[in-house]
Write a protein that binds this ligand. Structure first.
Ligand SMILES: Cc1ncc(COP(=O)(O)O)c(C=O)c1O
Length: 314
């Protein structure tokens, strides 16, 4: 797909400097380039037209996870929470975004070392326009169960956001597309449902919302936590975190993926079995509606989750 003018014009924060995207370069011999030696976050900011403000969603939680990812990956974190936040806000402000965006914030191993190198470290912050899904949700995705297993604690930790983990996601996604599906769902080493290739999984049976536990080989997802709170506190539904058997997938009433990038993404069929009536279910639609209200700063109860990017309305 051709880059829009705006995307090719944008500024990227790279090691303390804002540079045009085409000039933001990383060495070809760096461990990040050769071996995927990096950790990252995918952060969303939502435009509130009424307030003329852009709100960043759950920044503290994203940076807490980034710092944990660095720790597990053997990197010494040189940044304070305030610096991580301020650099993101500065980057977005200097790009004058007044629309929904997604921001990639990546800490990488630079220099010319090897796969085991832990320094020197670099960081880039790359925002890009990304519109929210429309309310109410319409079509869902046709999903297959991947023949690839989700990475487990015995090889790579799925809990953290390490670039190289996505090679596992890549294999599953390409397989799904080759087979004519829209998306893939991973099982874990024990054969229980894990997560999507870039998202967590929920299913609904009656009035119960069920999602795999954090020990089922999944990322410690911020959207998953948000959905759990919406389902419990807003929709007053029972929420259960437990193992999910493969066969339960063919008997649930509703199912969806969730994540910062995909937001709430309904599933219409799994392995050819319709989920419910094969269209987004009523609770999925309600959860998505609440989610968008919260991330866009339209629900005061959750104002501790959002942070303005601009000093005042613009
Ligand atoms: C593998 C995987 N699982 C789950 C998620 C959802 O995580 P979050 O809600 O923190 O974006 C993502 C997206 O980043 C992901 O890549």
């Amino acid at each position: 797909m051709k880059d829009s003018k705006k995307n090719s014009d944008r500024l990227i924060w790279l090691n303390g400097k804002l540079v045009p995207v085409n000039e933001a370069k990383i060495g070809i011999l760096s461990p990040t380039s050769q071996f995927g030696a990096n950790v990252f976050e995918g952060i969303r900011c939502y435009w509130n037209e009424k307030e003329r403000q852009l709100y960043a969603f759950r920044l503290d939680d994203h940076y807490l996870r980034l710092v944990r990812s660095m720790r597990l990956f053997g990197l010494k974190n040189p940044y304070s929470m305030e610096e991580l936040k301020e650099y993101l806000k500065e980057t977005v402000r200097m790009n004058h975004y007044k629309e929904d965006i997604a921001v990639r914030q990546t800490v990488f191993v630079d220099g010319m070392g090897s796969w085991f190198s832990t320094e020197p470290l670099g960081m880039f912050i790359a925002p890009i326009g990304k519109a929210r899904k429309k309310v109410p949700l319409s079509a869902g995705e046709r999903v297959c169960i991947s023949s690839w297993e989700r990475i487990s604690e015995r090889d790579l930790s799925p809990r953290v956001k390490v670039g190289a983990n996505y090679i596992n996601s890549r294999a599953a996604y390409l397989e799904a597309v080759n087979k004519g599906f829209d998306a893939a769902l991973f099982l874990n080493r024990m054969g229980y449902v894990a997560e999507g290739t870039g998202s967590c999984f929920f299913m609904i049976k009656g009035n119960e919302v069920i999602t795999p536990s954090l020990t089922d080989s999944i990322l410690e997802s911020i959207t998953r936590d948000t959905v759990i709170q919406i389902a419990k506190d807003e929709l007053k539904l029972k929420v259960t975190e437990r193992h999910i058997d493969r066969s339960e997938l063919f008997m649930c009433d509703e199912a969806f993926f969730c994540g910062s990038a995909v937001e709430i993404s309904p599933i219409s069929a799994i392995e050819g079995f319709n989920v419910g009536e094969g269209k987004p279910g009523k609770y999925t639609i309600e959860i998505h509606k609440k989610y968008i209200e919260i991330v866009a700063g339209d629900n005061i109860k959750y104002s501790n989750w959002i942070e303005p990017v601009y000093d005042c309305g613009v």
